[in-house]
Design a protein. Structure first.
Lengths: 150, 758
């Protein structure tokens, strides 16, 4: 066990964990923030996506010991009042069905827009390919990202 | 306990629902009503049990003085939007301001809410009328209260935006201001209740955003694993690798040495057959948090007695099933004399169709939370069937159902998986054994290894064509391990219910029809997945119809229309050997109408531009399939680029589901159904070898991702004012055959086995 100081959503948090504990379980179990979801544990579905700096990472496969001083942003920290352009676009297009994968989808889309503010449809498809949605909301996700990027 | 198949619905709820004003005692139990208000109960008794008005509040609808209308959502939300659609009907009928409506999820309790089994696409079908009546009752009570206050005739008052208005005098009172007075009035006569005309609705029949939208996009929505109790521990379970295996010995020292691991507890399994409600044999590692439980599980050393299924090979079973379909089977429907048709035929087409096991792959893996205090069990779980979970927990833990409470969280996908309560029972057993609040967390590997799979299947179809190019005979052999075999090893044939899903109800006017089934055994847990055996039946039937159309030189759309012949109501009388389920509804209430099927065919052909000339790198395929009483036709278009890569630029659906309650959620179900269907058709398959599932995670069990998904999905809803039917499952069955038929047009290769790569 070791102590780690993490910067999550602009706040410093102290946690005690084994070095190999994935960031996902630190966030969910130790810090009780439930917006980041568990889907596969192998970085195959994207439900656990958070931002490390400006980059989307799969928190289920990122050991806490590798986070270091980089800022972590979860869905809870994406915006003050749920009014990030992506969140507004998601509401406009009524994207979610069951809703479970959607926080990961939004965080992944947020990273995309940081690196590419006006992505093409094809660029969106490639960037979002790592995020599974079993309900099948892909087309509305695509439309929402296009709306948010305008 | 009756196995709860999705397509079974014992009695019509519509006729037995009852609205009542709860007793004063019940009224006072609702804390929020301390300042006065209106409280209405509805009982949805599916049994003849008399509703009493004195037990725990059977509340459906309440209005408080602050003008908030609270409606209980008693069905499970798993993406279909039911937490929005049913309350919407109540609110619209009563004239409530939707922005002041609060939705509260009801716990699992049959005595209070009637059937809560959220499955089989029947929530809207079952509850449309009762919801309207509840809303109309509340409206009438409020209007009467206002009319008495103003000493005017009730018929001169109107209800809108949660306000009662007397137009002549311009007087207004809010629902909240009238609620206490309304509570004192006698209940209006239910038989003469005036319901709004469909055209008067402001929410029903329109696009209405789902109520959980903001919570979904901010991460505040609470799914199964998100519930946190003080002192709660996490359990991860090593379950038997082969269904029916038993644990003979184990060493847990390695697991207990992992920091954070507290205990290792054995769960006794059900053996063989595994059953639909019981956990598999396993060893649970209980830890302070999930990661310690996962690491602890890795360190377990278990010896299994693998049992009878250890030699099971699903590929070998498919081969033997294939052979069996060439023999004579058990006749399940017979019309005319197929043998004669075969003898007289100018051409016989014989084809075999194969489909694999599928896993549900809900992105939220099963999880459940249980707390056992003073002999009472409380559960929080993402369950489609809270009452079944409650009864199963009670049975497994030796408790009366009164001492088990099941709170329903949001479901991160269901598709039939979360009807089965095995994971809920696991949590309850562990909570009872340890005295600790326990969260059972399944990993993705657990989910794919221990699902209740959609059965793999073989179908062999013989079609006879006479010298005049008429389809004269249809002989369909279908074989797949039945859902019933999960509970009863003697269930060797598909049940009547499973055949009623798109096989026995073959709707085309063919003079000689024989449908036969063959025996097969279940060696893993079989369950139901979104649209159930309609998946394989539609794939085979619609593929074969396309091939026959080609053989006789007809356009497949025209051929389907021709074969449906005159408008009529089908009853298959005298032909079907067992029961024709009609999804639990009578043919009087929900007739099988060929005109409605023809209508969706024509609509999809028109909207998709069916028949127009396409460049050589484009092709369209067609399929039509009625399921869950909803009529659906589908056209899939494929495109091939210069590198040879095939994509799906567009899918068109035409759907007749009667009244489309929330048009946006009807469309979203079809959009999602097209994508679900594309996974079934092109990427997903579960196989077993040595009794063990060979796929571990989403790398080997593949679901469609955004780049492979259909680019545009157009949903054409037939405008209708007749009673609604469900839309959760009906989009799925026709997608795979429409895609396969398009693939043939594009490549010249027929598809006989799912999944096939584009």
């Amino acid at each position: 066990m070791a102590n780690f100081t993490l910067t999550i959503n602009g706040r410093q948090q102290q946690v005690e964990a084994t070095e190999d504990m994935p960031l996902l379980w630190v966030i969910r179990d130790l810090l009780d923030m439930k917006g980041t979801k568990f889907g596969c544990g192998q970085a195959l579905c994207g439900a656990c996506t958070v931002l490390l700096g400006d980059t989307a990472v799969r928190s289920c496969s990122l050991p806490v010991s590798q986070v270091g001083e980089q800022a972590v942003t979860t869905i809870e920290g994406l915006s003050e009042n749920g009014d990030h352009p992506l969140q507004k676009a998601w509401i406009e297009h009524i994207v979610p069905q069951c809703g479970y994968c959607q926080t990961g989808q939004i965080m992944n889309a947020a990273a995309l827009l940081k690196s590419n503010p006006t992505p093409s449809e094809n660029e969106i498809e490639q960037a979002m390919a790592g995020n599974l949605c079993r309900c099948g909301t892909y087309n509305r996700i695509k439309e929402a990202i296009l709306t948010a990027s305008k | 306990m009756m196995p709860s198949f999705p397509f079974l619905k014992n009695k019509s709820v519509e006729n037995t629902s009852k609205i009542f004003i709860p007793s004063r005692r019940d009224f006072l139990k609702i804390g929020s009503l301390a300042g006065g208000g209106l409280l209405l109960g509805i009982s949805f008794q599916c049994t003849s049990k008399e509703q009493t008005q004195t037990f725990a509040p059977n509340v459906y609808l309440s209005i408080t003085s602050d003008n908030t209308v609270t409606i209980i959502a008693h069905r499970s939300e798993m993406g279909q939007g039911i937490r929005t659609s049913l309350p919407m009907i109540v609110a619209d009928e009563m004239g409530a301001d939707w922005s002041q409506v609060k939705i509260v999820q009801g716990e699992g309790d049959e005595a209070k809410y009637g059937n809560q089994n959220t499955d089989g696409s029947f929530s809207v079908r079952m509850f449309y009328e009762p919801m309207r009546k509840a809303g109309a009752t509340a409206r009438q009570l409020l209007i009467t209260a206002a009319a008495q206050e103003w000493a005017v005739d009730a018929s001169t008052c109107t209800a809108e935006n949660s306000i009662i208005t007397h137009a002549e005098s311009g007087k207004t009172l809010t629902f909240g201001e009238l609620a206490s007075a309304a509570q004192q009035l006698p209940l209006p006569d239910q038989d003469t209740l005036e319901l709004k005309d469909f055209s008067a609705y402001k929410l029903v029949g329109k696009d209405t955003p789902i109520i959980d939208l903001k919570d979904f996009v901010t991460g505040r929505a609470i799914f199964g694993a998100d519930v946190n109790l003080p002192g709660m521990k996490t359990a991860v379970i090593q379950r038997t690798p082969v269904v029916g295996a038993t644990l003979t010995s184990y060493k847990d020292a390695g697991a207990l040495a992992v920091p954070g691991v507290l205990k290792v507890v054995k769960i006794n399994g059900s053996g063989n057959p595994p059953g639909l409600t019981k956990p598999l044999e396993g060893l649970a590692v209980i830890a302070d948090h999930t990661w310690a439980a996962i690491k602890g599980r890795e360190a377990l050393d278990i010896t299994w007695e693998l049992g009878d299924n250890a030699t099971y090979d699903s590929k070998a079973q498919l081969e033997s099933m294939k052979q069996s379909t060439l023999e004579e089977g058990k006749i399940r429907r017979e019309k005319g004399d197929f043998n004669q048709a075969k003898q007289d035929a100018a051409l016989v087409i014989e084809r075999t169709y194969e489909a694999p096991f599928y896993a549900h792959g809900t992105i939220e893996p099963p999880a459940a939370i249980a707390q056992f205090i003073d002999g009472k069990m409380e559960i929080w779980a993402p369950t489609q069937h809270p009452q079944w979970a409650r009864d199963s927990v009670a049975e497994a833990c030796g408790l009366s159902a009164d001492n088990v409470r099941v709170n329903v969280t949001l479901l991160g996908g269901g598709f039939g998986r979360k009807s089965k309560p095995d994971y809920v029972v696991e949590a309850a057993l562990l909570a009872q054994e340890t005295g600790m609040p326990i969260r059972v967390q399944w990993t993705r590997e657990d989910d794919l290894h221990h699902d209740f799979f959609h059965s793999h299947s073989i179908q062999h179809i013989r079609a006879t064509i006479d010298a005049d190019k008429n389809l004269t005979g249809w002989n369909q052999h279908t074989v797949f391990p039945a859902i019933g075999a999960t509970s009863d090893a003697n269930e060797l044939h598909p049940s009547d219910g499973e055949l009623g899903l798109g096989c026995i109800d073959f709707p085309y006017e063919v003079p000689h029809i024989r449908i036969e089934t063959h025996e097969s055994k279940a060696h893993t847990r079989i369950g139901w997945m979104r649209s159930v055996s309609n998946i394989q039946h539609a794939f085979a039937t619609c593929s074969m119809m396309d091939e026959i159309a080609e053989a006789i030189g007809k356009d497949p759309v025209q051929f389907s229309l021709d074969m449906l012949a005159d408008d009529k109501k089908l009853d298959f009388a005298g032909e079907i050997k067992g029961d024709f389920g009609n999804y639990g509804e009578s043919l009087e209430d929900f007739p099988w109408e060929t005109a409605r099927l023809k209508n969706v065919i024509q609509r999809v052909a028109q909207e998709s531009g069916w028949g127009k000339s396409l460049p050589t790198d484009r092709a369209m395929g067609f399929a039509v399939h009625k399921s869950f009483l909803t009529y659906v036709a589908c056209v899939v278009e494929l495109a091939r680029d210069s590198s040879g890569k095939i994509t799906i630029p567009v899918v068109h659906y035409a759907v007749d589901c009667g009244i489309a309650v929330n048009t946006d959620r009807v469309r979203s179900q079809f959009e999602g159904g097209a994508i679900f269907g594309t996974s079934i058709a092109t990427t997903s398959a579960i196989t077993l070898k040595d009794g063990k599932v060979e796929q571990n995670n989403f790398d080997s069990y593949q679901l469609i991702r955004m780049p492979q998904s259909p680019k545009k999905i157009h949903v054409h809803i037939i405008e209708s004012s007749i009673k609604p039917t469900g839309v959760g499952e009906p989009p799925v069955p026709p997608l795979a055959p429409a895609l396969a038929n398009a693939y043939y047009k594009l490549t010249g290769k027929r598809v006989y086995a799912l999944p096939f790569s584009l």
